[in-house]
Design a protein around this ligand. Structure first.
Ligand code: A2P
Length: 438
């Protein structure tokens, strides 16, 4: 009998890998295992293994398990995502101390199966898992497949509306997909956030951006770059936008409501990813306006807490109300089952420049005077231990960069990690900040 209880999207099941012989990376890398044999075995990976070294073997493997030695060690999620990015198409199993709260994150990272010891299954029986499985919103596109029998009662209206609108959007051969809006919140008269259902198989790294928008009157897509504000494990995608009164996109986008269709180019990219930084102890994030979006993605991803001991998030806005979106997300961290335990490692420092507030002034000024470090009781920036990310207006990016360079940090890019990174994709596109369009 298998020592594991297997969980898939159908609930508990038996282990169908029993007949597969177990191999470890060293077996593949050092000996000559033939393609046929690779197809029939299961590869067991520790969670500290460099998955890149297996790239050339991935097309032949059908079954890979990644070890989760403790519930607090989430490195396996990053390995899973990396394997999928490298093109692994077979079954991926998370084995060990995976908690029921991690179901969503595991699935979004690319796992198809979770294997837990019977003792853990006793503490977390099938109904607990089933609840997670049921709550995990499947992709709307999948639900619309002909012959789909799954009921979707509470969101049925959205589904029908989406079906119609997707047909109206002619996206054939464009590479773009239609995504349905699931939530809209207006934070002020000029700032709003919205969520859309995540397309099936769409993967991204927390901190990246995509192109999203609406069809123009001639039917052609009008897309702008928006950072994804939700973390990589979320089953929806969240965005944060300013409204430019005469801007072709945002003047229309501000009117969207639940069930509407948007157009998404499902290719995520960007520099504000953890892979662009060398390892360090503290990560400083500098944002102005809607530039906070990539950072609220990153701070909701457990990976950041594996890589850094402290996260310090600075957000400068003109008015107090402009802070509400970021503040509300920072406040949810302590209640989040996935990252709640790390909440005391996040330092949030909002500042306002054009209204009365307890921390008033431009972030650049507060950095120069050392006020920030005094208030947070932190030591000044040190290139040996500190890393930074910047996302804001052209002027803010330039000034923060100058401060970091003076402090001894060097700029990195995705393929060349260093001590700080800035998102340039938006800078210069518009003078106001990220995720904003004309
Ligand atoms: P300020 O009010 O002094 O211009 P915006 O809405 O124009 O993108 O600005 C968002 C926030 O970023 C504002 O509080 C603004 O301050 C601040 N800001 C703009 N440029 C800089 C800069 N170079 N350094 C620091 N803060 C900046």
């Amino acid at each position: 009998m298998s020592e594991w209880v297997i969980i898939t999207n159908k609930g508990f099941s038996s282990d169908d890998w029993m007949s597969r012989s177990v191999i470890e990376p060293a077996n593949i890398l050092s000996s000559n295992i033939g393609e046929e044999q690779l197809k029939k075995c299961q590869l067991k990976l520790g969670n500290d293994f460099q998955v890149e070294t297996l790239k050339s073997f991935l097309p032949y493997l059908n079954a890979i398990s990644i070890d989760f030695p403790s519930a607090k060690d989430g490195r396996g999620f990053s390995h899973a995502r990396r394997l999928r990015q490298l093109g692994y198409l077979g079954v991926l199993r998370a084995s060990g101390h995976v908690m029921v709260d991690h179901y969503r994150h595991a699935t979004q990272s690319g796992f198809n199966q979770i294997a837990i010891p019977p003792k853990l299954a006793k503490r977390m029986p099938e109904p607990y898992w089933q609840q997670q499985i049921d709550n995990f919103t499947p992709s709307y596109q999948e639900k619309l497949q002909p012959g789909s029998t799954t009921s979707y009662s509470s969101k049925n209206n959205i589904l029908i509306k989406e079906a119609k609108k997707i047909q109206n959007l002619n996206l054939t051969n464009t590479g773009f997909v239609g995504v349905v809006v699931t939530k809209v919140i207006h934070w002020t008269d000029w700032l709003f956030s919205f969520r859309v259902a995540r397309p099936k198989n769409f993967r991204f790294q927390s901190g990246e951006f995509v192109m999203i928008g609406l069809p123009k009157s001639d039917g052609k897509p009008l897309l702008r770059a928006y950072s994804i504000a939700s973390p990589s494990w979320d089953d929806e995608l969240e965005f944060y936008s300013i409204i430019i009164p005469n801007g072709p996109l945002t003047s229309q986008l501000q009117h969207i409501s639940i069930g509407d269709n948007l157009i998404l180019n499902p290719k995520a990219t960007g520099t504000l990813v953890l892979d662009s930084l060398l390892s360090g102890k503290r990560l400083f994030m500098f944002a102005s306006g809607t530039g906070i979006a990539p950072f609220v993605s990153l701070i909701r991803d457990p990976e950041i807490y594996e890589k850094f001991e402290q996260i310090i998030l600075f957000h400068t806005c003109r008015g107090v109300k402009d802070l509400n979106y970021g503040k509300s997300i920072v406040e949810t961290i302590s209640k989040d089952s996935l990252i709640g335990e790390y909440a005391d490692r996040v330092f949030y420092y909002p500042t306002v420049t054009r209204e009365t507030f307890h921390t008033k002034g431009r972030i650049t000024e507060l950095l120069k005077t050392g006020q920030i470090f005094q208030d947070l009781q932190l030591t000044p920036i040190n290139p040996d231990t500190d890393r930074a990310m910047i996302c804001g207006s052209l002027a803010l990016n330039k000034d923060i960069k100058a401060f970091l360079v003076t402090s001894g940090l060097k700029e990195g890019v995705r393929n060349h990690p260093a001590e700080f990174v800035q998102e340039k994709a938006f800078v210069g596109l518009n003078p106001i900040g990220l995720g904003q369009s004309f």
